[in-house]
Write a protein that binds this ligand. Structure first.
Ligand SMILES: Nc1nc2c(ncn2[C@@H]2O[C@H](COP(=O)(O)OP(=O)(O)OP(=O)(O)O)[C@@H](O)[C@H]2O)c(=O)[nH]1
Length: 355
């Protein structure tokens, strides 16, 4: 795993650490973002210079939105390190979950559109340096990369257009063939991947080179000779930057192609927060056009709460969810980490998927 230093606001430090982990980074140090960003580097200058000499650090993740000039200034100091802001980190996560060609293209498009202003800024800087003397960096390299990007953007936009047309015709002809599919959806950190791993017997952690070529976030489980496919989808994420919302929705749209859903909630959250996540999860599903697919709600992390609380949480979730979504097949409490009640969950999945 690549080692990273993370900078985030206090409120977001845990979420950012989980997201970084999901993108294949081991966060070895965490710092609070400064109250007033440094105009040149965004982060604190002394911290940047401290990281500069640390050869074991592969990446710096700044969980906020950087300006092109911040990227360029930081990159100048941290030449051999990867620099990611919130947008680039999320795009990396989407890429790991993108199963369809459309999602892959949307993500590539969003990334290029995001990087072009950075390239343009570095082009302008290179030009200024060139005018100042013979030691200035050449503009040729940057200029040709920008041209390449623009050509690729035109090509991707065209490909996406034809994919859309193709999909429109497919909708009328396609039938659900093969084994039933259950998509695992839910907020980041609810425990989707842990559930996926415990159910499928896989314990894959993110390895980016592997995920770019195939989509191992799907695996089948079997019972009495019958099979069901489980799909671990990209988590719902709070406050997605608007430039990449399309890329997020299309990545999550994978859930649209499945027959059933499993919505995972973290039961150890306070009731009000857990219910807020439940509501906004269902609204997000609606936004991408998912409704009416039979759904199991999984209350995960019950090892962190008392038995009495488990009962009351099941009740609250049952009451609130039935007004928001139909059909909800069952609310199942589990602890994926401790392996609690996993066999009941398996039974419920097969009952839902195979009747
Ligand atoms: N105590 C406890 N912790 C759990 C349980 N399930 C998952 N976790 C922990 O919760 C954290 C998040 O788990 P993940 O499985 O990565 O969650 P996720 O929903 O896939 O998150 P993203 O990949 O970020 O979307 C990890 O630190 C897990 O070890 C559980 O049943 N009990």
């Amino acid at each position: 795993m690549r080692k990273a230093v993370l900078f985030a606001d206090l409120d977001f430090i845990d979420e950012a650490t989980d997201l970084a982990f999901g993108a294949g980074f081991d966060v070895v140090e965490k710092y609070k973002l400064p109250k007033r960003p440094n105009p040149k580097y965004f982060i604190q200058q002394d911290k940047l210079f401290y990281i500069k000499d640390r050869s074991e650090i592969d990446a710096v993740i700044i969980f906020d939105l950087l300006k092109p000039r911040n990227f360029i200034n930081i990159k100048k100091e941290l030449i051999n390190k990867e620099i990611l802001d919130k947008t680039l980190l999320l795009l990396e996560i989407f890429a790991l979950h993108a199963g369809s060609k459309e999602a892959k293209l949307q993500i590539e498009l969003a990334r290029m559109k995001y990087e072009i202003p950075i390239l343009k800024e570095s082009y302008t800087k290179a030009k200024i340096t060139e005018q100042q003397g013979p030691l200035g960096a050449g503009t040729y390299g940057v200029e040709s990369i920008i041209k390449l990007y623009n050509r690729r953007i035109v090509k991707i936009t065209k490909d996406l257009e034809s994919l859309k047309k193709f999909k429109e015709t497919m909708i009328h002809t396609s039938r659900n063939v093969g084994i039933p599919t259950v998509s695992i959806v839910g907020y980041t950190n609810a425990g989707k991947t842990t559930i996926f791993n415990v159910m499928t017997g896989l314990s894959q952690k993110v390895d980016s080179t592997m995920f770019t070529t195939m989509s191992p976030k799907r695996s089948s489980i079997s019972k009495e000779g019958k099979k069901v496919m489980l799909v671990d989808t990209v988590g719902f994420i709070r406050a997605i930057p608007p430039q990449i919302v399309d890329a997020f929705f299309v990545t999550l749209s994978e859930a649209k192609n499945s027959n059933f859903l499993m919505l995972v909630l973290d039961s150890s959250l306070e009731d009000s927060i857990m219910l807020e996540y439940l509501r906004s999860s269902i609204f997000t599903l609606r936004e991408i056009g998912i409704s009416g697919k039979p759904m199991l709600i999984v209350l995960n992390k019950i090892d962190k709460i008392r038995e009495q609380e488990v009962k009351s949480k099941i009740e609250i979730v049952e009451n609130v969810s039935k007004d928001l979504y139909c059909p909800i097949i069952a609310v199942v409490p589990v602890s994926a980490l401790k392996g609690m009640n996993i066999s009941s969950l398996r039974d419920e999945i097969f009952k839902m998927a195979l009747g």
